[in-house]
Design a protein around this ligand. Structure first.
Ligand SMILES: C[S@@+](CC[C@H](N)C(=O)[O-])C[C@H]1O[C@@H](n2cnc3c(N)ncnc32)[C@H](O)[C@@H]1O
Ligand code: SF4
Ligand code: SF4
Length: 443
């Protein structure tokens, strides 16, 4: 009697990513990737078309989970993320390790795209008072007792509040002397225009890292990065960066992608590295600001630009950070993304969440959005309760199940769920899928 074996079917988690002759098979459920020979690709295409193929030929592909000879359970990818998140809550200490502190919402510039400056009317931007600063730091140090902490001075323009930066540094130093925390790191994200040589000297001596916002060469930078007078800021900002480097600071720039500049971002980075008067050792690209309509830049073109910049930086030995640069860690460790945009779970570091304190002294669980009751931390509840509620509450949508990026993207984060009311955002999805494919082809 002849036994008729069932014809295998393609798993819904099987993806073939191709570029020229290179083909990579990727199991989006297990995060395993492997090179596919042209014969494997043809076999998979035949199965996809429903053609009968000899079972012996298909055996190895069944072992990879690419082909199934049984009925595949629904929503395994969503389940895996939900299970991983539940597991993480059990195992993590749960403190806020990074404080993004908006020391003032005021700014001496008026960049055309600035989300921060759009949050408050021009003459009603708050400044953090000395009392609020002391209270915030006492709270941050106490809840992070025993852990290394990181503080990012942000704004508005943080260097407008110089005395408070010096004061905060002293408070953190005292916390180390008292043995409350083992160490701390301080960074300033600045437009650079208010940095004198003397200030640069103090910041270098005090161990600060500075990041200077620039979008490219002067004629490009000055399209959007404008002084209040409407004049371009490049010259003043470059003077600040020069002072920083002359005093021994590490040159680091941070770029903002817009619909107008995204395609040329790689060329602007090349210009900075090869032609500008100060050559950066670190290059960053800001994550797009989510709005109720989606992202301000298209997802696929942003991924292509980020990838080109990333590869160029790698070739020059420059450290690059930007959206999606965490993807290789997940592909190497096979650990799904559990904490949304701020995941540290796959990196092996002691996991912690970031928290944002606005210049009104309000704590937000999201570092990019704070003027909304729905993102605020409840001061009566612990960091663990608040962080878990925010970072683990959002489960991916059913549409995410067979997505190539499901275990890497994890679906819209808690803020995006609020802003997009349960819908997927095509810019974000296009970005995550394209970035995942580009990284896979590079592995
Ligand atoms: C809000 S600023 C505050 C710090 C400082 N004033 C500066 O310009 O670096 C921090 C960063 O956010 C970026 N940024 C402003 N608006 C943005 C937007 N709509 N989308 C993405 N990044 C934006 C800025 O270019 C800058 O690199
Ligand atoms: S300098 Fe920074 S805070 Fe000021 S307007 Fe520009 S991006 Fe916004
Ligand atoms: S890219 Fe889009 S579809 Fe894929 S997991 Fe993320 S949110 Fe879901």
């Amino acid at each position: 009697m002849t036994v008729v074996l069932p014809q295998p079917t393609l798993s819904r988690y099987a993806h073939v990513v191709r570029s020229g002759p290179k083909a990579v098979g990727f199991n989006s459920l297990t995060l395993e990737a492997f090179d596919l020979a042209p014969t494997d690709v043809s076999l998979l295409e035949s199965v996809g078309r429903g053609e009968i193929v000899s079972p012996e030929l298909l055996e190895p592909l069944i072992e990879t989970g690419f082909l199934r000879d049984d009925v595949e359970a629904d929503f395994q990818a969503i389940q895996r993320i939900a299970d991983s998140r539940r597991e993480r809550v059990k195992t993590r200490a749960g403190h806020f390790g990074t404080l993004r502190l908006s020391i003032t919402e005021k700014c001496n510039m008026s960049c055309t795209y600035c989300f921060q400056q759009k949050m408050y009317p021009e003459d009603e931007q708050p400044v953090l008072s000395r009392e609020q600063l002391t209270e915030t730091l006492n709270w941050f140090i106490e809840q992070g007792r025993g852990y290394p902490l990181s503080i990012q001075y942000f704004g508005g323009e943080p260097l407008l509040e110089w005395d408070n930066i010096v004061y905060a540094h002293e408070m953190l130093s005292l916390a180390v002397e008292a043995g409350t925390i083992p160490s701390f790191r301080e960074t300033v994200t600045t437009n650079g225009t208010l940095l004198s040589g003397q200030r640069a000297r103090w910041l270098v001596d005090s161990g600060f890292d500075l990041t200077f916002s620039f979008d490219g060469p002067p004629e490009v930078n000055d399209i959007n990065r404008l002084m209040k007078s409407g004049r371009g800021s490049f010259g003043r900002a470059m003077r600040g960066l020069r002072s920083w480097v002359e005093e021994g600071g590490r040159p680091s720039i941070l770029m903002t992608a817009t619909a107008g500049n995204v395609k040329d971002l790689p060329e602007y980075v090349r210009w900075f590295v090869e032609e500008a008067e100060v050559h950066p050792k670190d290059v960053g690209v800001n994550s797009p600001q989510p709005t109720s309509e989606g992202w301000e830049t298209g997802g696929t073109e942003l991924a292509d630009a980020i990838w080109a910049v990333w590869k160029y930086c790698r070739s020059k030995g420059i450290f690059f950070h930007g959206p999606g640069t965490y993807i290789p860690t997940h592909l190497q460790t096979l650990i799904p993304q559990t904490d949304g945009c701020v995941d540290t779970g796959a990196s092996g570091a002691e996991p912690s969440w970031p928290v944002y304190v606005s210049a009104e002294g309000k704590k937000s669980l999201c570092v990019v959005y704070h003027r909304d009751e729905r993102v605020m931390a409840d001061p009566q509840r612990s960091a663990l309760e608040e962080g878990s509620k925010w970072h683990y509450a959002a489960e991916p949508l059913k549409e995410c199940d067979s997505c190539i990026a499901s275990q890497i993207c994890g679906g819209p984060c808690a803020l995006e769920k609020i802003l997009w009311q349960g819908r997927l955002n095509s810019d974000r999805c296009d970005f995550m899928r394209q970035m995942t494919k580009l990284v896979l082809l590079d592995e």
